[in-house]
Write a protein that binds this ligand. Structure first.
Ligand code: PPS
Length: 319
């Protein structure tokens, strides 16, 4: 693969990836994020955390929504009536405000525009989503002063990159091509990159009793086992009937047509603000492992494989 220089990549990212809601990018403790994160970094750092909080963390597009739905249903006695509330409201995304800004006077969806306040206002136990790496998580978590349950989910970087490309075209005004996006991803110019630093920041802490590390591919292969593992981790028990009902609820086909998990409320909100950039896009896309094969060239695949091998050498993690 041939790469453009870093300065060229930054210039192209700005040319093809900014919008009225995304004025620029910044670097925070070595991670690429919208520059607006600077307005919220301290508030997240100082967030009051409780031991009974439940966090789902991940690099974007790694199966976050799937894991959130699993966790929320287990922890709420499979209350499917209450689960009709949008997952973004039941399981708020703490740094959501950095995407769609506090500057907009229309406070249409509080869990988007005022996500940190929204998290603070939730009844306990709170359920919180974040893509932030360990280094940018609240201080009380990093110092282990508080030990909320943290469920981290990771996915192989080739599928993440493809899924992220479709995501940024859909929701983040990216108008460059796939080849450029792959370069941005590999050269740490995508949001939340560097990819491996982000997930290894959790992997290296996986033996802490309040942290569990899952893989999307394992969920695809054997969701039942992962469900039982997470249920035990959270301190619950499920009957066989509940397991069956929940496995059905968590299947791709069901979640794809579930208005509370397909992020259609978010898409409708963004559309109303003129911030939905690809009307044909959808959040629940393929829900498979290995879809990169139909989108990546052999050279890209080879590059990703080598890059993965180098970054995971001696870590014990396989993706
Ligand atoms: S986000 O925006 O970062 O929160 O996205 P995230 O939820 O992490 O990832 C979205 C991808 O997860 C797939 N998905 C599922 N796969 C299998 N089964 C179920 N139930 C499921 N729910 C969501 C979703 O389709 C996205 O992957 P791609 O490859 O784009 O289809």
């Amino acid at each position: 693969m041939e790469f453009k220089s870093d300065s060229e990549l930054i210039e192209l990212r700005d040319r093809y990836g900014l919008s009225s809601a995304r004025k620029g990018y910044g670097e925070f403790k070595g991670y690429s994020l919208p520059e607006s994160f600077s307005k919220y970094q301290k508030e997240i750092e100082d967030l009051e955390v409780y031991d009974d909080d439940v966090w789902v963390t991940s690099f974007p597009k790694s199966g976050t929504t799937w894991t959130e739905e699993l966790v929320w249903c287990v922890a709420n006695d499979l209350d499917f009536e209450a689960a009709k509330v949008d997952v973004d409201e039941r399981f708020p995304f703490v740094e959501f405000c950095m995407y769609f800004g506090m500057d907009d006077p229309n406070d249409a969806i509080p869990y988007v525009r005022r996500s940190i306040e929204f998290v603070k206002s939730r009844p306990r136990p709170r359920f919180i989503k974040s893509h932030l790496p360990w280094e940018l998580m609240p201080k009380q978590i990093r110092t282990f002063e508080r030990r909320p349950k943290i469920i981290h989910v990771a996915r192989n970087p080739k599928d993440v990159c493809v899924s992220y490309y479709h995501h940024v075209r859909f929701l983040e005004n990216y108008s460059g091509d796939f080849n450029l996006y792959v370069q941005l991803f590999l050269r740490n110019k995508a949001n939340y990159a560097p990819f491996f630093n982000n997930i290894l920041s959790y992997w290296s802490r996986r033996s802490e009793p309040n942290i569990i590390f899952l893989k999307y591919e394992d969920m695809k292969k054997d969701l039942r086992s992962i469900l039982l593992q997470v249920t035990e981790f959270l301190g619950y028990e499920l009957s066989e009937d509940q397991v069956k009902t929940l496995l059905h609820h968590l299947s791709f086909e069901v979640m794809k047509h579930n208005k509370a998990t397909d992020h259609s409320n978010l898409a409708a909100f963004l559309k109303s603000k003129g911030l939905l950039f690809n009307p044909d896009g959808e959040f629940m896309r393929t829900g498979t492992s290995g879809s990169f094969k139909s989108e990546m060239s052999p050279a890209m695949i080879e590059y990703f494989n080598r890059w993965t091998e180098e970054n995971l050498a001696d870590t014990g993690l396989e993706l």
